[in-house]
Design a protein around this ligand. Structure first.
Ligand SMILES: NC(=O)c1ccc[n+]([C@@H]2O[C@H](COP(=O)([O-])OP(=O)(O)OC[C@H]3O[C@@H](n4cnc5c(N)ncnc54)[C@H](O)[C@@H]3O)[C@@H](O)[C@H]2O)c1
Length: 329
């Protein structure tokens, strides 16, 4: 279902993106649709890309009928030619490009011993390659314009922590964070800010995750999500993520670059970058027995866990029950 432009006016400051031109990939539904509407509500002209042409047209129409400026740009991101066409269409239609949001995504989840090469390739093609091709096409245009710009890449908690059944998606999303960090260094002088947004929201994609199926069904029925969902799991409606996208696209975030920032439900999260936790030197080089001793005595206390922090079990926090204090307490 296509949402209304007016639903986003309370989340953004009117006119804060006036004169700016943005591309959002995969904007025909879900989070991308909300990003496109919110960017338009803030005054940007938006190119609405999606592999589903009808969906892209529907969202562009929702923006223009609400008084915003948008055009549909249907097509499947991944290949360089698709990225180049998107940037060319933005420049032909609106004269410039200021913001690229690489949101298009698919899932092909299976445990690794059942995953096909085609499942791996499809996810890498859409997420990692689709992001690289779109941001490199965009940054060339932005460098030519010489007025800075904003690249907003979309990551996932799966890429930050690892995720069971997602040996294709998790490394694609982790790669996107590394890409943003790398580009933030390369583009600092050009004042092109590059950040990764790590969104979480109730969408068609979340509905496929078994542990979230009850919350997802309840959300579909219009029931209010519990504080455990909106805070501990950072899960709310897709529109909750939009203020971060608009802020990163705006002048207010000038100087913010190379960051991975999460938003979902009520919770904003700044992610750490990998850091050296402990180092040990063994003059002349290590032996396996010295390494075994160092692991046991110096490093093992800081051994890292996979899968992210423990969070409340969704089954113990049904939607609509209203039994929890608002602060999650
Ligand atoms: N929903 C979440 O909680 C969540 C969490 C972490 C990350 N994300 C990421 O956010 C993004 C959007 O997720 P969503 O939940 O809105 O998904 P969604 O499935 O609801 O929407 C994805 C959209 O991308 C489009 N798309 C797919 N492949 C495409 C391609 N090659 N080119 C152009 N469009 C394409 C689809 O047609 C669809 O409209 C994805 O990158 C996803 O990995 C979502």
């Amino acid at each position: 279902m296509t949402e209304q432009l007016s639903s986003y006016t309370h989340r953004v400051t009117a006119g804060e993106l006036e004169g700016k031109v943005a591309v959002v990939t995969g904007a025909g539904r879900g989070l991308g649709e909300c990003y496109a509407l919110a960017l338009a509500a803030a005054g940007a002209s938006v190119l609405v890309n999606d592999a589903d042409a009808d969906a892209a047209h529907r969202v562009a129409e929702a923006i223009t009928s609400g008084g915003g400026t948008a055009s549909a740009a249907p097509g499947k991101v991944g290949p360089q030619s698709a990225a180049d066409e998107l940037v060319a269409q933005a420049v032909e239609t609106y004269g410039r490009l200021d913001v690229m949001v690489t949101n298009a995504g698919i899932l092909r989840d299976r445990v690794s011993w059942k995953m096909e090469e085609s499942d791996f390739d499809a996810v890498i093609e859409t997420h990692l390659k689709g992001t690289w091709t779109c941001v490199t096409a965009a940054l060339k245009q932005m460098r030519n314009q010489g007025e800075g710009g904003r690249l907003i890449l979309i990551g996932s908690p799966a890429g930050q922590f690892g995720s069971f059944g997602q040996s294709n998606y998790a490394p694609a999303k982790a790669g996107i964070v590394a890409l943003a960090r790398t580009l933030s260094m390369e583009l600092a002088r050009d004042k092109i800010m590059v950040n990764t947004v790590v969104p979480t929201a109730m969408t068609a994609m979340t509905a496929t995750i078994p542990v979230y199926q009850e919350w997802s069904a309840a959300f579909e029925q219009g029931l209010e999500l519990p504080a455990a969902a909106r805070q501990d799991h950072a899960l709310g409606e897709p529109g909750d993520v939009t203020p971060l996208i608009v802020w990163l696209a705006s002048a207010a975030s000038e100087g913010v670059t190379g960051q991975a920032i999460g938003l979902g439900g009520d919770r904003l999260t700044l992610y750490s970058h990998p850091a050296e936790l402990r180092t040990a030197d063994h003059p002349g080089g290590w032996t396996t027995s010295a390494l075994d001793q160092a692991w046991t005595e110096q490093l093992s206390a800081d051994a890292q866990t996979s899968g992210g922090p423990a969070r409340p079990d969704p089954r113990e926090h049904p939607a609509g029950a209203q039994t929890e204090p608002a602060a999650g307490g």
